[in-house]
Design a protein around this ligand. Structure first.
Ligand code: NAP
Length: 253
């Protein structure tokens, strides 16, 4: 693995879970990393743990805020060479109980947020003939998920967006790939387990076990197992990998 020193990486949603693991791996590989999110405290916790990590508040669902935040980040820390579009939410409900508000919120954060960041940052990568765009999609972007229609539709959209941009910039030294995790040990799974507990009365550990067993290999995936794939995609020697979906899913899909 060649080092990433001299590269500036943006990790959206880098204050927790998968994004935090990615930020730390990229920083350890020598990149300057900017992490973003809506809550300052978790961003501060991660940024204070590594000299290479800076933070900026940014709500990916708000175009004006994205434009202002990306301008501020690049003015202070330089242009962005690596985008990890990781920020996302998971909301679940049976289709008949999926409100239009919930549907729109999920698409706005999970799809529009990724689109806005790519649109604003790909130009510099193309100009300098080097760039890495990695979207954190999901196995739910490759198969249907009962009670997860809004989420699954959003992740299918992220995969389509990723593949399309990959083709647009294929000859420009910029790779664009989607990493698709199964169930990962983060707040999203904790929240899903809490939902199961609230609806069924079963214990939280039992609920987590049910989710873990949805990964065919029978355990939750750790955030670091996802970030190692992201790190590999950033390598110069991964320059031939583009337009792909990379499953980190314990045998799923
Ligand atoms: P997480 O810890 O809840 O991370 C989600 C991050 O996204 C948070 O740091 C959150 O920060 C940020 N975020 C949410 N809405 C945002 C918004 N409007 N603007 C900016 N940032 C926002 O959960 P995670 O599991 O690490 O999720 C990371 C990504 O992995 C998501 O895209 C998720 O869909 C995907 N994924 C997760 C799993 C899993 O099982 N955990 C599986 C497949 C895919 P703030 O709340 O501070 O904004």
């Amino acid at each position: 693995m060649s080092g990433l020193s001299g590269k500036h990486a943006l990790v959206t949603g880098g204050g927790s879970g998968i994004g935090a693991a990615i930020a730390l791996d990229l920083a350890n590989a020598g990149a300057l990393v900017t992490i973003t999110g809506r809550r300052k405290k978790p961003l501060e916790n991660i940024a204070s743990s590594h000299d290479n990590i800076n933070l900026q508040l940014m709500d990916v669902a708000n175009e004006k805020n994205v434009l202002e935040a990306l301008t501020a980040i690049q003015k202070t820390f330089g242009p962005i060479d690596i985008l990890v579009a990781n920020a996302g939410i998971a909301e679940t409900a049976p289709i008949q109980k999926t409100t239009l508000d919930m549907w729109r919120k999920v698409q706005q954060i999970n799809v529009e947020g990724v689109f806005l960041c790519i649109r604003e940052l790909v130009g510099h990568m193309v100009e300098q003939k080097w760039g890495r765009i990695i979207t954190i999609a999901s196995v739910a972007g490759q198969k249907g998920v009962a009670y997860g229609s809004a989420y699954s539709a959003s992740k299918h959209a992220v995969v389509g967006l990723t593949r399309s941009v990959a083709i647009e910039v294929m000859t420009k030294g910029v790779t664009v790939n989607a990493v698709c995790p199964g169930f990962v040990n983060t707040a999203i799974v904790e929240k899903s387990a809490a939902n199961i507990t609230a609806k069924t009365g079963m214990g939280e550990k039992q609920a987590v076990d049910i989710l873990a067993k949805l990964n065919p290999f029978g355990r939750l995936i750790e955030p670091e197992e996802v970030s190692s794939a992201v790190l590999w995609l950033c390598d110069d020697n991964a320059g031939a990998v583009t337009g792909q979906t990379i499953q980190i899913a314990g045998g799923d899909v």
